[in-house]
Design a protein around this ligand. Sequence first.
Ligand SMILES: Cc1cc2nc3c(=O)[nH]c(=O)nc-3n(C[C@H](O)[C@H](O)[C@H](O)COP(=O)(O)OP(=O)(O)OC[C@H]3O[C@@H](n4cnc5c(N)ncnc54)[C@H](O)[C@@H]3O)c2cc1C
Length: 393
Amino acid sequence: MLRAIAMKASPHVVVIGAGTLGMCSALNLIEQGARVTIIEAHAIASGSSGRSVGVVGTQFTDALDILLRVHALGHFRRWESRGLKFNHIGYLRLARTAEQMKLFARSVEMQMQAGFTARLYPAGELRELVPHMSTAGLAGGIFGPDNGYLDPYEMCVFLADEVRSRGGEVRQFCKLLGVKRRSGAYTLETGKGALDCDIVINAAGAWAPAVAELFGQTLHVFSERHEAIVIHLDPPLDYTMPMVMDLVNGEGTGLNFRHEKRGELIAEIHKASSTRLEDPDNYNDQCDDASKVKLAELLLERVPELPGARLGRGWAGLYPVTADHRPFVGLIDPSEERLVTAAGAGGYGIQLAPVLGQMAADWALHGGPVSAPGTERLAPTPDRNVRSFAQHS
Ligand SMILES: Cc1cc2nc3c(=O)[nH]c(=O)nc-3n(C[C@H](O)[C@H](O)[C@H](O)COP(=O)(O)OP(=O)(O)OC[C@H]3O[C@@H](n4cnc5c(N)ncnc54)[C@H](O)[C@@H]3O)c2cc1C
């Protein structure tokens, strides 16, 4: 049993990938007494994590989403007190129908029970939060004043420092190339030589399927390309733009935007049709001109009179997604009990990383997510670890 392995001594765990999921797994493992080495094919945060817009929010209507964020926010608050910069600009999620407002009302209750702060805003009051907003077509919104964003690159560097200061090791430019099994353990072949370990955490993001394959396992994590664009404002706003999530109901299309600095916003476009799957080693990491036009249109609709708004640089990155759009944390195959997967966090891999890392560490050391009961169902079991026909059509 894995639990027995962990009990006999401090196991050596190798974490594959130095994005947010790998970093958070590593720190949680160290805090539980494991010896940890992170190996990263390139530099820290060089995958999806360094291309994210870093939003952390709790404005969800599903109990599991809230539960995960109770754990995640607990870690963020602790790390904030140790120096991680978290910008509490607030998060406003917009609703277009009365039905959606009812769900938001339920979310306010669930969030209050969870210890978060949130309140409903009818359409007529939304301009208190965003004076430039057009409320046409809106029923209202839900607002969490404590939500906000952080710089995901800074988060990874902060966590790497925490890992190193507690005796962990981060090996950059050290790609996993092959796996040999020893009795009850692995020898990993890397670009920088062989590495023996007891347990592996696969936190390789969009590359997690390729890593799983080295262990003879099949993992269905798909790469979706998403784009972000900087918006310059001249003159700057005289208020702080909160994170605004403006999605068309049920379609997942629309946009979000938030404060980045004085005179600068960052926006992200959501396209239901953007589910063409990408090769993580060969995708266009720049923003398309057509997307910039679309973004300008959507932005003009929602905030028509932003002063001197001008589109700036854009970029694209990958959401590592699963068929049911829930992350994978756990074992793919119970007979491969020393390989724990922590991947597939989609568009939430920054905000969920602290709890997913906590769960991954628990799986590695205790055989299940003991400190986050109710999250066992995020394991990549055969019913979840499937190809998504919708995405492939
Ligand atoms: C435009 C955009 C905006 C986003 N906005 C948000 C947001 O606001 N909030 C939010 O929560 N999430 C957001 N996301 C999603 C978030 O960025 C991802 O879910 C998250 O970064 C995934 O982290 P990860 O650690 O799983 O993967 P990654 O960050 O990709 O890390 C995986 C690492 O594994 C390494 N690796 C791969 N193969 C190997 C190997 N063989 N050996 C060693 N290392 C290997 C890679 O080099 C990579 O560094 C956004 C994403 C994009 C693209």
